[in-house]
Design a protein around this ligand. Structure first.
Ligand code: NDP
Length: 392
């Protein structure tokens, strides 16, 4: 029986704590630590078995190191914010502990994410004999594993990849984000980027769209091209890839609100002077927007996230779509969170289970598609995220 330290008690942290608590044979002891201990205690009170909770500032490496030493986990599961990734990896190296996260590092003062900062830890993790698993959420995460599964079983080469993320749910609020508003808005307002014939091509933010007809009654939705972090590792690790793009659905209502907020400067991430105090408009906006955690009881409908792949197998051209559909209300009934947090938290638990049971081993820094997809794909359905692979 192993010990896991979960850091971050937001929407995703709540799901991870529930899902780890459901698997006592792997997660023998659980500690949930975050900046605000009251949030950890509130989550702990809803779980079917006791866990420990603690207050920690994960940006303070000595403080975090002391907490890790006192609890002695086999794995630190990071579901705080991307800003904390490097500090938590430092504390893991300091204490000889394995590491997992769901989003790659972003410097707080620049709306940019890239794996280079975390890939730079490769030698240190390898030499220490430790494993760091990057991006074990849904996208990145399950989308990478879908690609690895397709590469292993369904294709000799994947030539064209479109990752399509559809949230067909509705929370009834005029404007709200489904996960941390600051991270979400930074991502959505960034320039688009896709990969074609060995080069990155940039597009203006949300300037390219397509309509995709989603399965199982979800129907046709408008999707917008965005840059997403899993593209960076997938273009390195998929054989024969010629083009890779990422798409996400947004409602007209969401886009109209976002445009106004951008136009009036509320999405800025540089500090402005307000009555003698420096404030960052996007951080202030986060404080007045609905807490994504509060959307759980309000959200109805389903998400559909998947990978559409075209390539060749045994000399024959084929197109395969692998996807999961997740129902917001069912997720809420099970763990008290909507499907965006659920589809992130379940794969985080499964990634941790892969590491702690020895199904995935290795020393160094890994992206999800570098590991055997089969045990992860088998665990997805068993833990609440069934998938479908369909040849089109
Ligand atoms: P939330 O904002 O709801 O939760 C973040 C939590 O981290 C909060 O409890 C917060 O504390 C805590 N935290 C922030 N800073 C620190 C710190 N310095 N020390 C300790 N704790 C800290 O975010 P979500 O739960 O929605 O998202 C969590 C992560 O999941 C993010 O990195 C996000 O990018 C990622 N994600 C990944 C997805 C995927 O598919 N791969 C999809 C969706 C999200 P406090 O409560 O005090 O603010």
């Amino acid at each position: 029986m192993k010990k896991v330290l979960i850091i971050g008690a937001g929407g995703v942290g709540q799901v991870v704590a529930h899902k780890c608590a459901q698997v006592p044979e792997v997660f023998g002891e659980i500690m949930l630590a975050s900046r605000t201990k009251a949030k950890c205690d509130a989550i702990a009170a809803k779980l079917p078995r006791p866990i420990r909770t603690a207050q920690v500032d994960a940006d303070n490496v000595p403080e975090l190191t002391a907490l890790i030493k006192s609890f002695g986990p086999d794995l630190v599961l990071n579901v705080a914010l991307p800003y904390q990734d490097l500090h938590i990896m430092d504390a893991c190296l300091e204490t000889g502990t394995n590491y997992l996260d769901t989003a790659n590092y972003e410097p707080p003062d620049e709306a940019k994410f890239e794996y280079k900062w975390q890939w730079a830890y490769q030698d240190r993790f390898r030499q220490a004999g430790l494993m760091a698993l990057l991006g074990s959420g849904f996208d990145p995460g399950v989308t990478n594993v879908f690609c690895a599964y397709a590469q292993k079983h369904l294709f000799d080469e994947i030539h064209v990849l479109d990752i399509i993320d559809c949230n067909a749910g509705d929370h009834g609020q005029p404007f709200a984000t489904n996960f941390n508003p600051e991270i979400n808005i930074r991502e959505v307002t960034a320039r688009g980027r896709y990969w074609e014939r060995g080069e990155w091509v940039e597009t203006d933010p949300l300037s390219w769209s397509m309509t995709y007809d989603f399965p199982e009654g979800i129907g046709a939705k408008k999707c917008f091209l965005m840059y997403h972090e899993e593209l960076e590792s997938l273009v390195r690790n998929l054989r024969g890839l010629r083009r890779a793009r990422f798409w996400m659905t947004f409602s007209d209502n969401y886009l109209n609100h976002l445009k106004v907020l951008e136009n009036v400067g509320m999405t800025r991430i540089d500090a402005v002077d307000y009555q003698g105090r420096q404030i960052v408009p996007l951080q202030f906006l986060k404080a007045v927007l609905p807490d994504p955690g509060s959307l759980g009881p309000l959200t109805k409908g389903r998400t559909c996230i998947g990978c559409l792949m075209r390539g060749v197998k045994d000399g024959r051209e084929k197109t395969v779509y692998i996807y999961n559909i997740c129902d917001h209300e069912e997720a809420f009934r099970e763990v008290g969170s909507q499907a965006i947090s659920y589809t992130t938290g379940v794969p985080a638990m499964i990634g941790a289970k892969m590491m702690l049971t020895g199904a995935w081993t290795g020393a160094g820094v890994f992206n999800m598609e570098q590991l055997d997809p089969d045990p992860f794909m088998a665990a997805l359905g068993a833990h609440g995220l069934p998938w479908v692979a369909r040849e089109l």
